[in-house]
Design a protein around this ligand. Structure first.
Ligand code: FAD
Length: 545
């Protein structure tokens, strides 16, 4: 299966669906593992299952990474603040995973400097914080942190508030394109024989002798319904995990916590590293960091009371909360709300229904079993591999054998298929393509020949990446292409509308969309963008598309 397609290609979807049905039918053996949920947790489980030779399929009700996994703060990190709350085990494990990802997929997971400013009379002081960083660095065996007095520190963060500034600490963590991490992980699983299909919703569980033996599913593209069977079902639906249980369910419950972000042009809010700000209202850390040619500010952390069936969006109060701190900490930049390019919100699947302040809730994952179905929720992007290994351990009693020997093997294939093109590329471009597309980087470059070596202004994205995604990454809707395969929908003004003519041509050529289909897709995308990715209440200043 080494030359298998990345996953269900748009034009091979029917074939993929038929394979899913054939292998998952009651009369055949059924799948070894059927994973519900195409976020990073499901992707990680699929990948580890396929690597162990299990027959595994993944079903996602919308698009791959549509849920929380494309709406995170995009950090691959140990989580310094979890160290403060005493969660040493989680931090140590996360730091190790971070270091492995940095080594395995440079260009997808990249190092980023983090800055923490110290002001007179504010807690924590440089010594205490330096001690914390010392422990943090100890976990990775590196000595990345350093304290700089104010004059030197200002070279790193020239625009920050200098009133009472003593200096600052700098340490290293990492950033990722979260949706692409999901895609790349699924792609690796499919290269090892797994199957993944988007826009297939699991509607119900199927039981035999009080045990879950399968699911009834609906293909949201064609409307077809079917039953699929497996030895073990994995519920990796994140914040939706409660919804997939039977009526007799008595396990843990999810507390949905919303976190929202602002995206600004890098030239309006220029930062070369992540700047950590402490919000004066609740003393929570808020990060301002460079990402893909823009600057992201986030996050908030509050109970999400709205229906989980609706796509989340930032509230006007969250905009005030985030914008206030940016404006006060970067006073010389004179930022205005009209400078915000886009917003996005994600829901954190935190386990437990406690009354603790949201930021005090534990971020570790939980795994539980009911009626033979394994559910997993919570955790972080950073630890997806460890979560997958825990899930496979929990699933082992339902499978004939799960090989534990290679628990430390690389998640990502390092070898290239024969015939890969020698690429005439500079170092950073090569790194980007290798990190994001792995074995397919040569094919992305073939697209480059059709589109010329061209980046989309204001972003790090190449036109070739847009074409490659449309050609071969299971794009079903325009939003898949602009919000998850590429991130143009949040990086460009008004969701990228200025480039729609060129994007239309690509969709016509690669996806076979006629003009009517294109116009329908544009209308839905605009509605979605206005509702969930714009600045609410900013319509008059032109934020709407
Ligand atoms: C604001 C915010 C910032 C964060 N920042 C970071 C960070 O910087 N670093 C970090 O490591 N972690 C971070 N996290 C945590 C991390 O993003 C999540 O833990 C992770 O993305 C959860 O992935 P998941 O696959 O479990 O859930 P999801 O990504 O939500 O995936 C679940 C999927 O299941 C699908 N699904 C649901 N029901 C069904 C059904 N019936 N049939 C088929 N499919 C279904 C959904 O459509 C969804 O795509 C952050 C989280 C939030 C909210």
């Amino acid at each position: 299966m080494q030359n298998a397609a990345p996953f269900s290609l748009a034009n091979q979807r029917r074939e993929t669906w038929e394979t899913a049905l054939e292998q998952g039918s009651r009369t055949s053996r059924g799948w070894d593992i059927l994973v519900v949920g195409g976020g990073i947790t499901g992707a990680g489980i699929l990948r580890e299952a396929a690597r162990r030779g299990l027959s595994a399929a993944l079903l996602e009700q919308k698009d791959f990474a549509w849920g929380t996994s494309s709406r995170s703060s995009k950090m691959i990190h140990g989580g310094l603040r979890y160290l403060l709350s005493g969660d040493v085990k989680l931090v140590r494990a996360s730091v190790r995973e971070r270091d492995q990802l940095l080594a395995q997929v440079p260009g997808l997971v990249d190092p980023l400097g983090f800055l923490f400013s110290h002001y007179k009379g504010r807690f924590p002081g440089p010594h205490l914080f330096g001690g914390l960083l010392w422990v943090y660095d100890l976990f990775s065996g590196s000595g990345s942190h350093h304290y700089y007095p104010a004059p030197e520190y200002l070279f790193f963060a020239p625009n920050i508030d200098q009133h009472g500034l003593k200096g600052g600490n700098r340490y290293l963590d990492a950033v990722v394109d979260d949706a692409r991490l999901v895609l790349r992980t699924i792609q690796e699983a499919c290269a090892d024989g797994a199957l993944a299909i988007n826009y297939v919703r699991v509607q119900d569980l199927l039981f035999a002798k009080n045990r879950v033996v399968g699911v009834s599913v609906k293909d949201e593209i064609t409307g077809k319904e079917a039953d699929l069977f497996a030895r073990v079902m994995i519920n990796a639906t994140g914040v939706w995990a409660d919804q997939l249980h039977s009526a007799r369910y008595a396990g843990p419950h999810i507390r949905p916590l919303r976190g929202s972000h602002l995206v600004l042009p890098l030239w309006k809010l220029p930062v070369s590293q992540a700047v950590t700000l402490r919000h004066p209202v609740d003393k929570r850390p808020v990060f301002v960091f460079p990402w893909e040619g823009a600057t992201i500010v986030g996050t908030t952390d509050l109970d999400h009371a709205e229906s989980l069936n609706k796509e989340p969006k930032i509230s006007p109060l969250e905009i005030e909360y985030l914008f206030d701190i940016v404006r006060s900490q970067f006073p010389s930049l004179r930022l205005e709300k009209g400078d915000i390019l886009s917003t996005y919100a994600g829901i954190r699947p935190v386990i437990g229904g406690s009354k603790k302040r949201p930021s005090k809730e534990k971020r570790d994952h939980s795994i539980w079993e009911q009626d033979g179905m394994i559910s997993v929720s919570g955790g972080k992007l950073t630890t997806f591999r460890l979560i997958a290994l825990d899930v496979l351990r929990a699933a082992a009693p339902f499978l004939s054998s799960v090989d534990e020997k290679d628990a430390f093997a690389d998640v990502f294939h390092q070898e290239k298929p024969a015939g890969t093109l020698p690429l005439p590329l500079n170092h950073s471009l090569r790194r980007r393509l290798e990190g994001r597309y792995g074995r397919h980087d040569g094919q992305v470059m073939q697209c480059e020949r059709e589109d010329g070596f061209e980046r989309i202004p204001g972003t790090d994205t190449l036109w070739a990446e847009v074409r490659w995604a449309a050609r071969s990454e299971a794009v079903m809707h325009l939003e898949d292409l602009l919000l998850r395969r590429t991130r143009l929908g949040i990086l460009l003004e008004k969701g990228g509308i200025a480039y729609f003519d060129r994007i239309r041509d690509i969709c016509r050529e690669e996806l076979g969309w006629d003009l009517k289909r294109w116009e329908d897709e544009v209308s839905s995308y605009k509605r979605l963008w206005d509702a969930c990715y714009s600045v609410p209440g900013n319509e008059e200043s032109g934020s709407s598309i």
